[in-house]
Design a protein around this ligand. Structure first.
Ligand code: PLP
Ligand SMILES: N[C@@H](CCOP(=O)(O)O)C(=O)O
Length: 517
């Protein structure tokens, strides 16, 4: 007799309203195989004695049952299409735009998903956290049924991304914005240091599948301000797929530039801005068998939306009042909206949070559109900003962003260079080490607190999108006083002579300045 932990739900049962049905579905349960029930044509389940001969993919394959998929499906449809639209595409087609040239969206078979109630989904997702079960150990693939339900787990390319820290910003909240319930979702504490990993695992997994299906995909390409290219190159390198990245010359940080170089991408440094690179990659990918990896490709957003689901999960399925997200090409704000909306539509929660999109004032086309009362959108030429990853003037997902904001009673805010760098420095002074884009989101929070829009006791989540270590140059410049007119919260190193008296003098000054008054 042999016992194994069944990692997934194995029986398809009709919807019920209580949680009792979970027990009835062998979840999470001990499955007992006797010699008479065990199928000898497949490899035996892993035990402590044979584990050394397999790996987590082999193990997952052994435990997969034919009912695991439950016939969940997804397809591309035109974004925000009317009910009478019949246009749709298989996810195995290579298509980025609808027939009319509009955006696409991945549409899930919600009726099939609704056969299971909210309690079922919560219990399923909760059961997968903190494990190394393939592929559910990933925060993205732990929601596989809502992401890419039909992909074979063997085709998934994952670094067990997601499951990022939701940090209670106690000191920052109390000291700088008078709040008790402020949280920072650290999406940048991730495999390549930004939230892009969440979307890229999905896109590269689908490419891996397409290549196995002999679809014409020779490589994968993107335009990037740094983070998309880092994620693309890492996931492609992991799967042995060629990658090509178009970067605006001299506009991204050294740490971001070295990521695709180290991971073996073809790196083209192009004498234009991000919008120019985006235009070029769209032209190139329509000519050559290079698959487009930017968030124009709606597959990416399926992975990114899991960060929203994860926030709800981390709050034990309680809905925060506000979520603040820095915006550039504007895919992520829609991804968050979609994650929250799916949780509501499938009965995991009863409302969604209000969303705030925060832009750098030097790259603020969405903000200007919002301020015009959504009357007229004008692309701009974005100026240089320390929040270099959002230096974007013609965002491809503008329609998705407007939809997300209009349907979440959302707000758009902006941050000047001084505001965003000061907010970043203040956050760092409380023990974080955030990127300038998080500084943009924190500035939005400060403004909305000062105007009373966000109340002191409202639970608020600021989404931190990249790791601060990617932006050490701008932090160094700020703290060294090298940026004219900036540095209110600078903390430069003190040069001191190598003798006891000099060191003691410095320490006395320091300790006196810190002593309680
Ligand atoms: C660090 C960082 N934050 C925020 C964003 C904005 O995300 P989105 O382009 O989806 O609006 C990006 C990329 O654009 C980014 O790299
Ligand atoms: N900040 C992005 C810009 C491109 O955004 P994408 O989400 O459309 O790929 C980057 O890191 O390149």
């Amino acid at each position: 007799m042999l016992s194994v932990l069944n990692p997934s739900f194995s029986a398809f049962a009709p919807k019920t309203t209580s949680t009792d049905h979970i027990k009835n579905r062998n979840f999470p349960t001990i499955v007992t195989c006797t010699s008479s029930t065990f199928d000898h044509s497949s490899p035996p389940p892993i035990t402590s004695t044979n584990r050394n001969h397999g790996n987590i993919k082999d193990e997952a394959r052994r435990h997969r049952s034919s009912s695991d998929n439950h016939n969940f499906t997804a397809k591309y449809v035109p974004f925000n299409a009317g009910l009478d639209s019949t246009e749709s595409y298989s996810l195995d087609e290579i298509v980025y735009r609808s027939r009319s040239g509009g955006l696409l969206d991945v549409q899930h078979d919600m009726e099939a998903l609704k056969k299971f109630d909210g309690a079922y989904w919560k219990a399923l997702f909760d059961s997968r956290v903190g494990k190394t079960t393939w592929p559910y150990g990933s925060g993205v693939w732990s929601k596989k049924e809502w992401v890419l339900p039909e992909i074979d787990s063997d085709d998934i390319v994952s670094a067990f991304e997601g499951n990022s820290n939701l940090f209670w910003a106690e000191r920052y909240g109390k000291q700088f914005v008078g709040m008790n319930d402020l949280w920072v979702k650290h999406c940048g504490i991730s495999h390549t240091g930004s939230f892009k990993d969440l979307g890229m695992t999905v896109l590269v997994s689908q490419v891996n599948r397409l290549r196995k299906l002999n679809r014409p995909v020779v490589g994968v390409g993107c335009a990037s301000t740094g983070d998309t290219s880092a994620a693309l190159s890492a996931y492609c390198a992991s799967a042995g797929i060629p990658s090509i990245v178009f970067l605006p010359a001299n506009k991204i940080s050294t740490a971001q530039l070295v990521q695709p170089i180290a991971n073996g991408s073809l790196v083209l440094s192009i004498d234009t801005d991000f919008d120019g690179c985006m235009k070029l990659i769209r032209e190139i990918t329509s000519e050559l068998p290079i698959y487009l990896a930017n968030s124009l490709n709606s597959l990416r957003l399926e992975g990114q939306k899991t960060a929203a689901i994860e926030i709800l999960q981390q709050f034990d399925w309680e809905v925060p009042d506000w979520v603040i997200i820095p915006g550039g090409n504007l895919g992520n704000i829609y991804a968050f909206y979609k994650g929250f909306k799916m949780c509501k539509d499938l009965g995991l929660v009863d409302r969604i949070p209000r969303l705030v999109c925060a832009q750098a004032a030097n790259a603020n086309p969405l903000y200007l559109y919002y301020k015009s009362g959504w009357k007229e959108f004008k692309a701009i030429t974005a100026s240089s900003t320390y929040a270099s990853a959002i230096q974007i003037g013609d965002p491809v997902s503008i329609d998705r962003a407007v939809f997300a904001l209009q349907n979440s009673d959302g707000i758009v805010e902006e941050a000047t260079e001084e505001e965003l760098m000061d907010a970043m420095a203040q956050a760092d002074s409380t023990g974080m080490f955030v990127c300038p884009h998080t500084g943009v989101a924190l500035t939005a929070l400060i403004k909305l607190r000062n105007s009373g829009v966000i109340g002191p006791n409202e639970r608020t989540v600021v989404v931190s999108t990249a790791h601060g270590l990617k932006f050490t140059q701008s932090k160094t410049d700020y703290h060294s006083g090298d940026i004219p007119g900036m540095g209110r919260f600078a903390n430069p190193p003190v040069s001191v002579k190598a003798d006891f008296g000099s060191v003691m003098d410095e320490l006395k000054d320091f300790l006196l300045s810190k002593a309680p008054k």
